[in-house]
Ligand binder design. Structure first.
Ligand code: AMP
Length: 249
């Protein structure tokens, strides 16, 4: 059985995001980029399924600029077998990404499609759901446990007030939540080995996908600066300020 994992190149979660001076978007120049953390959890889960003998091959796909090769190589160093970069310099919106992933999943006959529940740059939380709908297959979103048994996958989901377990026939789309696993660190020998693993390059046109979007970003603005804090001399002064200045008690 093949597993397909979608990994997105995003600004590293430790980096302070800078907005461009003309408010047209986020400044990516000289910024550390990484695999979206939820995608890293998806890679880890696929590699664990391979180690458990359930999956034979883990394929990693990314849609983005040439530099997204770095994130594919990072996933290969974590244990994935082969990568596919669908190269585009256009902004990749969820619907187009889902259409391309559908093309890859069908070409590869992938049975398990693992992706992050959300990409931390655009906060869409849409691509997995769109992919499952386009393919007409089941989806287990916000997964905190994945068990593959007898042609089915049981996915435990984090829902309001507890956990829900759903059984999905394969192929299925699974999107990862934070508590699914703790991704391993890539060991140096595996980073070296990853450089030799196959990485195919494709274009959106290879999957018949037009990257022109029906959506346009009008403006990106940074959050308001927080005012500096102050030190108070006593509990009484704190209560006074909370009551009479902040008006929160
Ligand atoms: P989103 O719906 O944009 O929040 O993204 C959810 C998940 O879809 C991500 O964690 C990835 O697994 C996948 N995804 C979104 N955009 C891309 C992309 N450009 N390349 C590869 N995977 C993507």
């Amino acid at each position: 059985m093949k597993a397909l994992v979608a990994v997105k190149r995003v600004i590293d979660y430790n980096v302070k995001v800078r907005v461009k001076a003309d408010n047209s978007g986020v400044d990516l120049s000289n910024t550390k980029m990484s695999i979206n953390p939820f995608c890293e959890i998806a890679v880890e889960e696929a590699v664990r399924l391979k180690e458990a003998g359930i999956v034979d091959e883990v394929i990693v796909a990314s849609i983005g600029p040439k530099e997204a090769q770095e994130q594919i190589r990072a996933a290969l160093a974590l244990g994935a077998d082969r990568g596919i970069l669908v190269q585009t310099d256009e902004k990749a919106y969820p619907l187009q990404v889902a259409k391309i992933l559908k093309g890859i999943a069908e070409q590869e006959s992938a049975e398990i499609i693992l992706m992050g529940k959300i990409a931390i740059d655009d906060d869409n939380n849409q691509t997995g759901q769109m992919l499952a709908a386009l393919m007409g297959i089941g989806q287990g979103t916000f997964a905190s446990e994945v068990k593959v048994e007898g042609g089915k996958v049981n996915v435990t989901r984090e829902v309001d007030g507890g956990l829900e377990t759903v059984a999905l026939s394969l192929p299925a789309v699974i999107t990862t939540d934070l508590r699914l696993n703790e991704p391993r660190y890539a060991k140096l020998p595996n980073i070296m080995k990853a450089k030799k693993k196959p990485l195919d390059e494709k274009t959106p046109a290879d999957f018949g996908v037009d990257m022109t979007s029906k959506q346009q970003i009008l403006k990106v603005t940074p959050p308001p600066e927080r005012a500096a804090g102050i030190k108070v001399a006593s509990v009484d002064e704190l209560i006074d300020k909370l009551r009479n200045e902040a008006h929160v008690i």
